[in-house]
Write a protein that binds this ligand. Structure first.
Ligand code: NAP
Length: 250
């Protein structure tokens, strides 16, 4: 069966690595992006070159109209969805302690990292549920080790958004297990992507990579392997679970 998968935030980092890996498995991949049009186009070209099918669809996952359009364009291009990688996420700017949090900043994190994932999950479940005549499928939510540590002195609001996502993973997995849909989470640790520039710590990988128990930061491709395994039929008896891809960090 051809896999038809939406990867949110598929233009860069972990999402791009996941989309490319799905392409190598000959899936039909919808590469969602917010701003990075040329990066998304490059991912689409790589997927096609490796034997998959792909389109790029712009859209902010924290905007309901954009989410509805993302799923409608997927329906038109490829037909019934079989997978969603809820990957798009933001860290919300420079490192901050609680006294530097703002209401606007907290709400922006929750809009993108929590409401966005829930809206995408809602649209995916509508299409995949065997109760609605769908074929079933799988959802993978990309969380963070921060959901377990709380990211003190850095991003407790970001960590809390990932904690909310983990709780959603547990609840949704139980809610749709009888509808042919599996829902799991992946928690990356320190992974070498642009997100650290957005957090105002561009040298984070160099500084903290060697302090990881495994001695280095992870590559986005190493997270993609866990995501694609959870999406696949090889994980057919796994739901409501989490894989920590953290090089031993806890
Ligand atoms: P990244 O390199 O900064 O890439 C983020 C991706 O998300 C980009 O494709 C970006 O699209 C997209 N995006 C951001 N906001 C969006 C929105 N509102 N709507 C749609 N797309 C949006 O980040 P990453 O490191 O790969 O992170 C991916 C996921 O892993 C995130 O959920 C992050 O929290 C999680 N994570 C990462 C790490 C790490 O160390 N890297 C650790 C733990 C968890 P555009 O470029 O087009 O704007």
């Amino acid at each position: 069966m051809t896999k038809i998968v939406i990867v949110t935030g598929g233009s860069r980092g972990i999402g791009a690595a996941t989309a490319r890996l799905l392409g190598r498995e000959h899936a039909a991949v919808v590469v969602n992006y917010r701003k990075a049009r040329s990066d998304a186009d490059a991912v689409v070209n790589d997927i096609k070159a490796s034997g998959g099918e792909a389109i790029a669809v712009q859209g902010d996952v924290g905007n309901e109209d954009d989410v509805l359009r993302l799923f409608a364009e997927t329906d038109r291009a490829f037909g019934p969805l079989t997978g969603l990688v809820n990957n798009a996420g933001i860290v919300g700017g420079a490192k901050r302690r609680i006294d530097a949090l703002t209401f606007a900043g907290i709400m922006e994190l929750m809009r993108v990292n929590v409401a966005g994932q829930m809206l995408c999950a809602r649209e995916a479940v509508k299409r995949m549920s065997t109760r609605n005549g769908g074929k079933g499928g799988a959802i993978v939510n990309v969380s963070s080790l921060g959901a377990l540590t709380g990211s003190p002195h850095a991003f407790i609001d970001y960590a809390a958004s990932k904690g909310a996502l983990d709780t959603m993973t547990i609840g949704l997995a139980a809610e749709v297990v009888g509808s042919g849909i599996r829902v799991n989470g992946v928690r990356p640790g320190l992974i070498d992507t642009d997100i650290h520039d957005d957090a105002g710590i561009p040298d984070r990988i160099k500084r903290f990579g060697p302090t990881m128990p495994i001695g280095r930061a992870g590559a986005p491709e190493e997270v993609a392997e866990a995501i694609v395994w959870l999406l696949s039929d090889k994980a057919s008896y796994v739901t409501g679970e989490f894989i920590n891809v953290t090089g031993g960090a806890r």
